[in-house]
Design a protein around this ligand. Structure first.
Ligand SMILES: C[S@@+](CC[C@H](N)C(=O)[O-])C[C@H]1O[C@@H](n2cnc3c(N)ncnc32)[C@H](O)[C@@H]1O
Length: 314
């Protein structure tokens, strides 16, 4: 195990001292945010220990949903993997442990949630994915990008995917996962007056000028337009609680239920209170009501999750 932190996208460079500007924190209602991200409107989610724990819990949820599979494309050769926006490095660590002979590189704008010790074959670096990649072309066998909708700029998506394609080796694959946080109901019982609907609408609106929170349903087109082949998308409903009659979906709903209280609060805290200027009191009330509704099985609420893969042509 080793601890390594760099603020460069060049994996061959020596470890360099972390630039202080990436470490500064700003606090909102007791939650910690990276000041650099907030000031530059890169990312509006917390980067504290609570968020790192939340991301680790979500990794268990993904584990359940994907039956323990970390990598979906049929890859036979795995020498180098890039994880975009590694967060608490939950996926990157699992992959590095699973493929000890593979070099795994994680890139994130915030170093705060990176674990102190990581496997020897995992390197975590700091950079803004909204800027052009500096990795060499034809380098990675797989590029993974999960839950980046609130971090990649709206106008950046086409060039972000093109950058990913450039750094993939011919025949390499991209794997993307995005949750569309606009609540849906299987029986149409969620109305505009429900707190879950108001939460979704305001969350979508709060970042609309910078980010495309509806990117999930667009992944198929984005990957195809970037010239990838064998592009496949699957929409998986994430039930907010155990309402499904299908035993597997009921269990997934139970797991989502364990994450949902945190998600409803942490995703929307900065966007709603600082960008839409909602009072702290109204925010707490909205989140409390939305949490109650998420637990109501009669609403059959879910968030659609999009999983998309594509292959760079040989
Ligand atoms: C919701 S978390 C997801 C983390 C991880 N991908 C996962 O699925 O557990 C989003 C992460 O992406 C990072 N991020 C957001 N926008 C970014 C950007 N433009 N460049 C680099 N990292 C970014 C954030 O700092 C955060 O750690």
């Amino acid at each position: 195990m080793k601890s390594l932190m760099m603020n460069t996208m060049d994996p061959d460079e020596e470890t360099v001292e972390l630039d202080r500007k990436f470490l500064d924190i700003t606090t909102v209602q007791g939650r910690e945010y990276q000041k650099y991200s907030i000031d530059n409107r890169i990312y509006f989610g917390p980067v504290d220990d609570e968020e790192a724990q939340s991301l680790d819990l979500q990794q268990l949820l993904f584990h359940r949903i994907f039956d323990g599979r970390l990598i979906f494309p049929p890859l036979r050769r795995l020498d180098r993997i890039l994880d975009c926006g590694h967060g608490a490095a939950s996926w990157a660590t699992d992959v590095a442990e699973h493929y000890p002979g593979c070099e795994v590189i994680g890139v994130d704008i915030a170093p705060h949630m990176s674990p102190d010790n990581v496997p020897d074959n995992l390197w975590l670096q700091i950079d803004d994915l909204n800027r052009p990649f500096t990795f060499p072309a034809n380098h990675f066998d797989l590029v993974h990008s999960r839950l980046l909708a609130s971090g990649i700029d709206r106008s950046r998506w086409p060039s972000y995917v093109r950058d990913i394609v450039r750094v993939l080796r011919p025949g390499g694959w991209v794997q993307m996962v995005e949750i569309y946080f606009n609540v849906q109901s299987d029986n149409g019982s969620i109305t505009d007056s429900h707190a879950l609907r108001r939460w979704s609408t305001q969350y979508m609106r709060s970042l609309d000028d910078r980010k495309d929170l509806r990117v999930g349903p667009r992944l198929q087109d984005l990957l195809a337009q970037a010239g990838l082949s064998e592009v496949e998308t699957k929409m998986i409903p994430l039930p907010l609680t155990a309402w499904s009659s299908d035993p597997r979906m009921r269990e997934i709903g139970r797991h989502t239920g364990e994450c949902i209280d945190d998600l409803l609060f942490s995703l929307a805290l900065y966007p709603l209170t600082r960008r839409l200027h909602m009072s702290a009191e109204n925010f707490d009330k909205l989140v409390e009501q939305a949490r109650e509704e998420a637990k109501d099985p009669s609403l059959k609420a879910y968030f659609p999750m999009y999983v998309c893969i594509g292959r760079k042509r040989q």
